[in-house]
Design a protein around this ligand. Structure first.
Ligand SMILES: [Zn+2]
Length: 283
């Protein structure tokens, strides 16, 4: 994926939790296993470390306690560790650790992608697969990742979903004119060229022809859509966009739509590779 893409969205798209999740889980597993070790020496080291932690922030259990701070029910976990008892993993991971990790998405729910140029809100409102109600379940990944698609189609779809593209809403951040307005069709009202505009509203001739070709995707969702008017005029709510996008047969439409919008555009900024390990800011 590319540098302008947010880590949070990439991880969720691929069904991964953030790195911190795995670190917390490993640390607590290590603590629990040390309590039941058959090594007398190790047990005494752990007990000595527990005795030291009120006076030294450098010891291992003090650092473990410091990262537990802020979790729901952290007082109980602190007392459990201080008493030298094992932490219940299931409850720790599902009810508390995942709850903390998903705080970024709860904050994002308050942001409307129609009124804010916010990548996370755009991804969460329109593209992301909802989290399972059962927090024990892993994150679901979108269907296109399981399909045998060409690299080009796969790349186009993921770029579109993750705003790693050169639609004007994104390209304006690094291009000289800095305009977000759609330039696909002269005379079109000044619409911001974002994903939903390309999907549903743009009146460019080629885009309209493409929608007509894939009209079976639109007709079940939008009463106003027709061969004579293959675009929408009225704003649609975010849930409808979210429901429209996961249709099974939409992948070629999305890929060809990307081809139309990004053809001939400067890809240099979008093509810089991202390195998740470098820890780019999550927003
Ligand atoms: Zn347009």
């Amino acid at each position: 994926m590319k540098q302008p893409t947010t880590n949070w969205a990439v991880l969720r798209e691929c069904g991964h939790e953030p790195l911190q999740f795995y670190w917390y889980r490993s640390a607590v597993k290590l603590f629990n296993s040390m309590l039941i070790t058959n090594s007398d020496t190790l047990r005494r080291v752990v007990q000595a470390d527990l005795n030291l932690q009120p006076r030294s922030s450098a010891c291992w259990t003090a650092q473990l306690l410091s990262v537990i701070q802020g979790l729901r029910g952290c007082e109980l976990y602190v007392r459990t560790v201080q008493a030298g008892h094992a932490i219940t993993m299931q409850e720790f991971i599902t009810a508390n650790l995942k709850h903390r990790m998903r705080g970024v998405w709860r904050d994002t729910e308050l942001v409307d992608p129609n009124t804010h140029n916010n990548k996370l809100a755009t991804y969460h409102s329109w593209f992301a697969i909802p989290f399972s109600r059962n927090e024990c379940m892993p994150i679901n990944v979108p269907r296109y990742l399981h399909l045998d698609l060409s690299k080009h189609v796969m790349r186009n779809i993921s770029r579109f979903r993750l705003r790693a593209h050169t639609l004007k809403v994104e390209a304006a951040m690094w291009l000289e004119d800095g305009s977000c307005v759609c330039d696909q069709r002269l005379g079109e009202d000044e619409h911001v060229q974002k994903e939903v505009h390309a999907l549903l509203f743009c009146q460019d001739h080629q885009v309209c022809e493409l929608r007509k070709h894939f009209s079976f995707l639109f007709i079940p969702f939008f009463e106003d859509f027709s061969a004579a008017q293959p675009f929408l005029l009225q704003q649609v709510n975010n849930q409808l966009v979210h429901d429209f996008l996961p249709q099974q047969n939409n992948r070629l439409f999305l890929s060809e739509l990307m081809d139309l919008f990004v053809a001939g555009r400067d890809q240099s900024a979008a093509d810089q590779p991202i390195n998740l390990a470098e820890g780019h800011p999550p927003l």
